[in-house]
Structure formats: structure tokens, C-alpha cells
Design a protein around this ligand. Structure first.
Ligand SMILES: C[S@@+](CC[C@H](N)C(=O)[O-])C[C@H]1O[C@@H](n2cnc3c(N)ncnc32)[C@H](O)[C@@H]1O
Length: 226
């Protein structure tokens, strides 16, 4: 196994790089992509939403600003400190909880929508994570993720950034994401991603490619019990 894929190493990376990572995601194409993801999901005001692996909480705050009731979780102490500080600064009501994504401390059926952006591709057991997200989602609710597709590569990202005339800073951010996807994460084909959702017991899987075909938006429905 590639040394960089060890889970403890990813944990240390997000702990030590928390400030840098929070700034990286605050603006530019990655921030824009997450806004598009929220638009694509279109949660209604008042929806109970869970953001798993929320990092600095930019997406969680955006959802709360659109009227959702948001709980956001992460295992990184420092990223959660930053997330709480940012939410307090703009008075956005998000409840942040420190926990492992694989063992969410919520009863079955607690949320209308459970989502994870750039998390499923990082965890050692993606199917287990989706299954846990499905557990805490109500029957008829939605489980959603945003992750790299198998087209995400450093070279492809450079070419796309150049075609889109992105500036050097934004290009660097995206290329680093592609490097992470190549070296430490997973990249999903349409079939592989779909089968993860299906294996987690979810139905009506919808998938859409974004960012020049390098990112998946995916969502599926939790079926009624029985
Ligand atoms: C690439 S970042 C994505 C952050 C945020 N979701 C976003 O898209 O802006 C991955 C996040 O998942 C968290 N994470 C990774 N594995 C985790 C696990 N097993 N349990 C909880 N959090 C985890 C990391 O601490 C980090 O904040």
C-alpha cells in the first residue's frame, strides 16, 4: 500500500495544515464547486442537514445561511476550532461535533439530508461511511457526496485550469487536490461510485460530473424500512 494512504497520516495532515486548508477552501474554484453542490441538492429551508467531515465548515455555514438546521462533524480538533470561530464571527448557527465519521453519535433517521464533500474518497472504508450516513438519515431522505472521478489527474487538472484561464493561485489549489486524489485518496468511476451507494442500501442514485469531468456530485434516497 502507498505510504501516503495511511489514515493516521491524513489525520495528522489535516490537524497540522488546518489553517492553510481553511484558507484554501474559502474562495476560488473549490468554494464555487461547493456552492454548486448545494444548489444541485436544493435543500429546503428548515431541513435537518448533517455535514460529515466538515473541515473548516464553509459548506455547513452556507447551508445554515440558506435556512437549513445544520450539524457538522469532523475528527480534527483544529479544523473544528476554526469552523466554530468562523461561524461565531458571522453569527451562523451551526452545531459542530467532534467525532469519527464512521461512528456518528446520532439516532437513526435524525436528518433529512446527510452529505460529505471530499471525504468519501479519503476514508479507508467508503461503503461503511455511506452506510453510517444512511443510518442517520430518515427514510425518504437524501445521502449525498462530492468526490474525485477517475478522470482527476494532475495533468488533466493543469490542462483544464489553463483552458478555463484560471489564475496561478487557483490552478495551484486544484492541482494540489488532484495530487491528493492520485496519491492519498480514491478516484471513482461512475460504476464504482454507484455501487458504493447501492451497497450502502440506498436507491435512486443520481450522479453528475463537474469540473471538466473530474468531480462527481452524487446523491441517493434512503428507502423506507422493511
Ligand atoms: C478534504 S477535507 C474536506 C472538508 C470539507 N468537507 C470540504 O469539502 O470543504 C476532509 C475532511 O474530512 C475529515 N476526515 C477525514 N477522515 C475522517 C474520519 N474518518 N472521521 C471524521 N472526519 C474525517 C478531515 O479531518 C477533513 O476535515
Amino acid at each position: 500500500m502507498n505510504f501516503f494512504r495511511h489514515d493516521w497520516l491524513k489525520s495528522i495532515f489535516f490537524e497540522l495544515g488546518a489553517g492553510w486548508y481553511a484558507r484554501k477552501l474559502a474562495s476560488g474554484p473549490e468554494a464555487e464547486l461547493r456552492r454548486e453542490f448545494v444548489d444541485w441538492l436544493g435543500p429546503s429551508a428548515g431541513a435537518r442537514v448533517l455535514d460529515v467531515g466538515c473541515g473548516p465548515g464553509h459548506l455547513a455555514r452556507l447551508l445554515a445561511q440558506r435556512g437549513c438546521r445544520v450539524i457538522a462533524t469532523d475528527r480534527s480538533r483544529r479544523l473544528l476550532q476554526i469552523a466554530r470561530r468562523l461561524a461565531a464571527a458571522d453569527r451562523t448557527p451551526v452545531l459542530f461535533v467532534r467525532t469519527a465519521a464512521e461512528r456518528l453519535p446520532f439516532p437513526d433517521g435524525s436528518f433529512d439530508l446527510s452529505l460529505a464533500t471530499a471525504v468519501v474518497y479519503l476514508v479507508p472504508q467508503p461503503e461503511g461511511l455511506l452506510r453510517e450516513m444512511a443510518r442517520v438519515t430518515r427514510a425518504g431522505g437524501t445521502v449525498a457526496s462530492l468526490d474525485p472521478s477517475d478522470a482527476m489527474q494532475v495533468r488533466a487538472m493543469r490542462a483544464w485550469s489553463s483552458a478555463e484561464r484560471l489564475n496561478a493561485r487557483d490552478t495551484r489549489k486544484l492541482v494540489l487536490w488532484a495530487l491528493a486524489a492520485e496519491r492519498i485518496g480514491k478516484r471513482f468511476s461512475a460504476a464504482a461510485l454507484r455501487s458504493l451507494f447501492v451497497a450502502a442500501g440506498l436507491l435512486e442514485v443520481q450522479q453528475e460530473l463537474r469540473l471538466g469531468g473530474m468531480v462527481w456530485f452524487a446523491r441517493a434516497v434512503k428507502p423506507p424500512a422493511g
